[in-house]
Design a protein around this ligand. Sequence first.
Ligand code: FAD
Length: 506
Amino acid sequence: AEGGCDDPSPGGTRGGVIRRVVIVGGGTAGWMAAAALARGLGTTHAITLIESASIGTVGVGEATVPPIRDFNRYLRIDEDEFVRATSGSFKLGIEFVGWNGEGSRYFHPFGFLGPDMAGADFHHVWLRHLAEGGDPDIARINPETAAAREGRFARDTRHGPLHHAFHFDAARYATFLRGYAEARGVARIEGEVTAVERDGESGDIAAVRLASGAAVAGDLFVDCSGFRGLLIEGALETGYVDWTCWLPCDRAVALPTARIADPAPFTRSTAREAGWQWRIPLQHRTGNGYVYCSSFLGDDEAASLLAARVDGEPLAEPNRLRFTAGHRRLFWNRNCVAIGLAGGFLEPLESTSIHLIQTAIIRLLALFPGDHVDPRLAERFNREAQAEYEGVRDFVVAHYAVASGIDTPFWRAIGEAPLPESLAERIAVFRATGTVLYERGDLFGPTNWYAILTGQGCAASAYHPLVGALDGKLVRDRIAALEARCAQMIAGLPGHADFIAAHCGA
Ligand code: FAD
């Protein structure tokens, strides 16, 4: 039986040399994987990508987090060229509106509030500043918040860089990466995969068969086929870990609209009666969508509520999507690695899916098999991917867990839902001590947790004793120095639209 002493899966034991990599799917995940594999292995491995225009892509996924800049650096992509090609804009964080009651708003910035002090994370210094009656506005010390509020942007200032990510047009991003990958030898096949052939002896995937009748054989398969998980689930029946109990939103409707103002350098998330609405400003249009829970809102109602709440003329019919929060029981099963929506899904509240694609690809490269798929590589991949998913899940659930939201049945239900144990512990420790429990290497660190927990109304009742032991003047001087630096960084910054026009206008 699978998982028993005699069975080495996940990973399989097929002999031979891993030379032919077949990627099924040409959405964001497929082309990101193709580009990175071409960059790392293009000269030694045959990389093929199969995509189907008639099936199409999910058509959403346009806001990112700062580590995407590392991915661009790995590919040696010029940032201006990338923003121009994708009609992108710059993102300094997320503005949350209405999550803490009608009229409330706060900003979750990229970057940091300040450097550690006395060995304690900086937010403890800020907590002491607040406890002593200081101004609570983080825009005084955080340049990303201050710049976002004023609609300004520059990559670098004379006093340091602004931490940023991007908004981009997902279709143009795939086209851009396709050009990159094909130029580095990736073979693209247009066609629909209709069957998956398994090796009779090992059970590994041997080939995929297309509607045309052609078979595409491979040694390693990367399943980027989207929610359907054609290989990882359709063929290998890997199973799914369902997190609906913690993240009950299971539908979204997306509606792009014409641009009516300069793009803001941030994503906006607005709490709504049965979920939340996103706004993602691009150069040529604005992305909008409503993520909601189908037990509390009908699809037609969601679409008409969204249409009534967007600015600008709709540019397309509403795009309706269904999903289940969670992930495959194994991301890497036998000789198949599932990346992107084929691997799992967490609602885009913190724009993490493309990041999870990126880390999966980098992890695959780091653990790339040599002459056979060693199950220990797969086990390692799965352990790391699962821990990463759980970390992001806790951060996303935290938004709902402490928000007062809106007085509707959805928000009452979510307010009463149990929390993952790991998250319940984090919140309790933060409330009691101000300390954020996190693992080194987590995507979201103390600044992020502080911003979200306090922004959503969860107050810490103490700060770190090491900061309590500091001389009061030292603390005040540190805050004053950060305020001065922040003011210097903001002074003279160009408007976001002006920066785009000067450097990377599409
Ligand atoms: P898809 O885009 O679905 O691509 C699947 C590919 O497989 C397509 O090319 C398709 O043609 C191909 N395919 C499928 N079946 C076959 C077959 N039989 N034969 C051949 N080809 C086949 N992520 C973020 O980081 N930020 C966001 O702001 C964000 N917002 C989102 C909002 C919503 C509502 C949703 C649902 C997701 C969002 N995401 C976001 C996630 C993001 O959209 C995805 O992670 C990303 O687009 C990757 O999708 P994919 O490539 O895995 O799948």
